[in-house]
Design a protein around this ligand. Structure first.
Ligand code: ZN
Length: 334
């Protein structure tokens, strides 16, 4: 049996800071006016994607991973390693930090840590993120937190659509109001809230903070360097590598007209953020459109072609970030 692209049904999550942008932008059937997250490619038990059609229809991604590992190049690991989300932040998210693998393994019963990467799909004018802090050591962080000196503590960055940010475990961060973001992250739900703007939830209660865990995990290392990204262009496609770390790679693909591609990765996690078209693999022709999320399994990734104008965000699994290979000459984009 040939390996076909695996289209996934996302899971929507209500959040107090969510809104309706996921319907407005992507046409998704969101469950409420406070829809904060679309878990697009997820094997996490808090919201698992299911296969939309084809021979694996109805299986969860977790089942695919445990029962059909050949689709993923027989990659190792008990759990599917990544989680892809779209996030609609109508209001500010809490200021938070995620643990690394070592802390999570020691204190959180075997879950993985969480390094994440963001790509800004859309934002209102003046939107910001919290990214890092201003302190030189832990003592200074503790002093400013105790004094509630949030303005002095938090690093703030103005953002534009098309920007991306790598958020390693330990980096203090928060999405600001008015942002629509694609996120790829380690498959983990461990979040320690440091500050929630003193907001109350629907029951009039402040949301739980995790001060000690947050303080224990805030990194004093510098933020990741922002290198200019590597770009590869071949006929019909320009591929820009935005993030590469030990947990995932993130690329943006701009497809114009059509392209023949050969990706030696064990599998690719594809999110179509604009446009539509068709993917042709040895198993057939498959239509896609904006808002679709799919996995290209090993065999399909190794040789496929795409028709139609579209933009993709492509997450690459750990240890599989081999260079893109085209079927024609490649040159650097301008
Ligand atoms: Zn986070």
């Amino acid at each position: 049996m040939r390996q076909s692209p695996i289209f996934l049904q996302p899971v929507f999550q209500e959040r107090i800071w969510g809104g309706e942008a996921l319907r407005q932008h992507f046409g998704y059937p969101i469950p409420s006016t406070r829809t904060g997250e679309c878990w697009a490619i997820s094997a996490h038990p808090a919201g698992e994607s299911t296969v939309r059609g084809g021979q694996y229809a109805g299986l969860t991604l977790g089942q695919l991973w445990s029962e059909h590992r050949y689709l993923f190049g027989n990659a190792e690991g008990e759990r599917f390693p990544l989680l892809v989300k779209l996030i609609d932040a109508q209001t500010d998210l809490s200021v938070q930090v995620h643990p690394d693998d070592a802390y999570a393994a020691r204190y959180e019963g075997g879950q993985s840590g969480k390094t994440e990467g963001w790509y800004v799909l859309a934002c209102q004018e003046g939107s910001e993120i919290v990214y890092g802090h201003t302190c030189k050591d832990q003592d200074e962080v503790r002093r400013l937190v105790a004094a509630g000196e949030w303005k002095r503590l938090l690093g703030r960055v103005a953002v534009q659509p098309g920007q991306w940010f790598e958020v390693p475990s330990g980096v203090l961060h928060a999405l600001g109001a008015g942002l629509l973001v694609y996120e790829v992250q380690q498959n983990s739900d461990l979040t320690y809230r440091l500050y929630d703007y003193d907001r109350l939830d629907a029951d009039g209660q402040p949301r739980q903070l995790h001060l000690e865990q947050a303080l224990a995990n805030i990194s004093m290392l510098p933020l990741p360097l922002r290198k200019s990204p590597e770009k590869l262009e071949q006929q019909g496609v320009c591929i820009v590598t935005l993030i590469e770390n030990r947990y995932f790679g993130l690329q943006k693909w701009a497809i114009q007209g059509g392209a023949d591609l050969a990706q030696p990765a064990a599998y690719l996690l594809v999110s179509v953020i604009a446009g539509q078209g068709q993917i042709q693999t040895r198993s057939g022709i498959f239509c896609f459109q904006q808002g679709d999320h799919l996995i290209l399994p090993t065999e399909a990734a190794q040789q496929f072609s795409v028709q139609g104008d579209s933009e993709w965000l492509v997450a690459l699994p750990p240890n599989a970030q081999t260079k893109t290979q085209g079927c024609t000459n490649m040159s650097l984009c301008q």
